[in-house]
Design a protein around this ligand. Structure first.
Ligand code: SAM
Length: 266
């Protein structure tokens, strides 16, 4: 256990639960496998438990931290040549600009899920310059991201994330590995953007729209959720049972639905 007494006071509004178990930090680093030359960005370094472990392996690292009170402590960890500290909201970072032309980023972080989920989608909009992402977040959210059709956890988040990247839950982390101790389990996950992307540009908006509408009311049949957009006959024409629920549909079926609505200009 790292010295809790030396940790800064954790702020709830920034979702601060600091990693205090060296074994977990070692597992995280082993999963990321950073090597010199990687252009790695850590989001939400906080007091720097993971940052320090990464600095042992990397001649250069960038960190993005929202909490001003953490910045001086981060600057003290390494020289400005080795550690670039950016005080900013990660949701406002222009990742391609941070990578620089022709470079590819690796993104890591232990983040509150209400930041991680929008951040993943923000990064996926600019995914051509991102090699992979490793995040620690609430286990329940990771379970939904990796869920397969026909399971309770499968929903809009699973379909949207999996359309853009390969997703893997790597290991579960119990609450006692953090300080303050959170109420829920966490999980460490890997996301690798599909290259080339599976969704052609013209289908991105129709896909997001049809997935959201299909899951609008989980208990309703697909035909009911899609009323006014696609008829039962349209669905049968796409080899989709109008009486099924969205949670039984695989990615290919959602692609067909997106294509059909795009063709109809809906
Ligand atoms: N990485 C540290 C660790 O593992 O001990 C801290 C993890 S703590 C769960 C989350 C960190 O993300 C905090 O330092 C918090 O200030 C920072 N944070 C929260 N929202 C952020 C945002 N929108 N952009 C950048 N950092 C953020």
């Amino acid at each position: 256990m790292l010295q809790e007494g030396r940790l800064p006071r954790a702020k709830k509004r920034f979702g601060q639960n600091f990693l205090v178990q060296p074994q977990i930090i070692a597992r995280i680093v082993a999963a990321i496998r950073p090597v010199p030359g990687d252009q790695l960005v850590e989001i939400g370094p906080g007091p720097g438990a993971l940052t320090k472990a990464l600095l042992r392996l990397l001649p250069q690292l960038t960190v993005v931290e929202l909490d001003r009170d953490m910045i001086a402590g981060l600057h003290a960890l390494a020289s400005p040549e080795q550690l670039q500290v950016i005080q900013a909201d990660a949701l406002e970072i222009d990742f391609p600009a941070l990578a620089g032309a022709g470079n590819i980023l690796r993104v890591v972080g232990n983040l509150p899920y209400n930041v991680a989920t929008p951040l993943i989608f923000h990064i996926l909009e600019q995914a051509e310059q991102v090699r992979d992402m490793h995040f620690m977040l609430q286990k329940e959210v990771v379970d939904r991201m990796v869920a397969v059709p026909g399971t309770k956890a499968y929903g809009r988040l699973s379909v949207m994330i999996q359309a853009h990247c390969a997703v893997e839950s790597l290991f579960t982390v119990a609450p006692g590995n953090f300080f303050p101790v959170p109420k829920v389990d966490s999980a460490f996950m890997r996301l690798v953007p599909h290259r080339p992307g599976l969704l052609p540009l013209h289908l991105q908006v129709p896909f997001a729209r049809i997935v959201a509408t299909s899951f609008a009311q989980r208990r309703k049949t697909l035909a009911n959720n899609l009323r006014g957009i696609l008829s039962a006959d349209d669905l049968r024409g796409l080899q989709i049972d109008p009486g099924c629920r969205a949670e039984t549909l695989d990615q290919a079926a959602f692609f067909r639905l997106a294509e059909a609505t795009a063709e109809q200009g809906k």
